[in-house]
Design a binder for this molecule. Structure first.
Ligand SMILES: O=C(O)[C@H](O)[C@@H](O)[C@H](O)[C@H](O)COP(=O)(O)O
Length: 325
């Protein structure tokens, strides 16, 4: 636990993803504490189970949920939940962002990745969000995709469609799947061309340095510290001109993939890192607590530093090296 940790034990409107500021705002419910006191408070906080505004049964929870630990480190905001409350809280935050960007820009651009993050969107397909979100304003993209047919078990499109997209009324034209009839290089080029067109028409915003600025990017983290298809020590990490690139030598099958480049992810208005399970604890610890040594390679997850907000949604397993339970 960092000596300078700011530990917030309570849920306030200021704690929402939308309103996290750089530097973080201190609210009346935020305590600055010594490391010893922080440990005691954390211990207490972890014993305290988060409650929903509408009931104690997590299965029925909707709305803002109290995290068992809330921690702000610089511009990074970290919250630890039970898996069920993680899904509840993520739905709340995504719905807030959807409302904000729909009002401000008339569109909400969301980039999905593969892995378990899709299953943590499950509360969005239920009331009250199913009926209250203006799904017609959503535009959905993929941070990374495997070069396989859309109905293949390895397809990130299939994963997202089966678990989320087929259950909400987003117009089919607003779902920008990767062209599975093309080889990896062609599919990456076509995807980038489409993104450029959508930035011109302001469906996707533009960053100050002329990269697309997605309203929300949802990422998972692999046990090796990968995010999306950005793998540790892979040459694709160095790409700083293209928006979308490809590889034919992925360390994890399938070999052929296309992926957003780091500058695109880091131009986002909001990045949500959704990480669960003790197998991710080392990667999470490295990203949030390890000082970067110039001589060592940074893990991809350490390179995620968006222009906008970065919020980590962890479960106790993924947070187990950050906090002593
Ligand atoms: O193509 C992939 O392999 C995935 O996109 C991958 O990078 C994923 O995002 C992480 O492995 C986290 O996945 P889990 O949350 O399922 O562990």
């Amino acid at each position: 636990m960092a000596l300078s940790a700011t530990l917030s034990l309570s849920c306030t409107p200021q704690n929402r993803l939308l309103s996290v500021q750089k530097p973080p705002l201190l609210s009346a419910t935020t305590l600055l504490v010594s490391p010893q006191d922080a440990r005691k408070l954390l211990h207490h906080a972890l014993r305290y189970k988060g409650v929903s505004p509408v009931g104690k049964n997590p299965k029925r929870s909707v709305g803002k949920v109290k995290a068992s630990v809330e921690w702000e480190k610089g511009y990074k905001k970290v919250e630890v939940f039970s898996k069920e409350h993680l899904a509840v809280s993520l739905a709340y935050d995504v719905a807030e962002l959807s409302n904000k960007f729909t009002k401000e820009r008339g569109a909400f651009s969301v980039a999905l990745s593969g892995g378990s993050v899709i299953k943590y969107l499950r509360k969005l397909v239920e009331p009250p969000y199913l009926d209250s979100i203006d799904w017609s304003k959503w535009h959905v993209f993929w941070v990374d995709e495997r070069v396989v047919p859309k109905d293949h078990l390895d397809s990130n499109y299939k994963l997202a469609n089966d678990g989320f997209l087929s259950k909400v009324p987003i117009p089919a034209n607003n779902i920008y799947a990767i062209d599975d009839a093309l080889p990896a290089d062609g599919a990456a080029d076509v995807y980038e061309t489409n993104l450029r067109r959508l930035v011109k028409s302001n469906v996707i915003a533009s960053s100050a340095v002329q990269f697309p600025k997605f309203d929300l990017v949802l990422l998972g983290v692999g046990p090796d510290g990968r995010v999306g298809s950005l793998f540790p020590r892979h040459y694709v990490l160095k790409e700083n001109q293209k928006w979308v690139t490809f590889m034919k030598d992925s360390p994890k099958p399938p070999l052929e993939r296309i992926t957003f480049t780091l500058p695109v992810i880091n131009s986002s208005a909001n990045v949500a890192m959704v990480v669960t399970g003790a197998g991710k604890a080392d990667a999470v610890y490295t990203a949030l607590e390890k000082t970067v040594d110039q001589s060592s390679d940074k893990l991809p997850v350490q390179m995620i530093s968006p222009e906008g907000e970065l919020k980590w949604y962890l479960d106790k397993g993924a947070a187990s090296k950050l906090f002593k339970y």
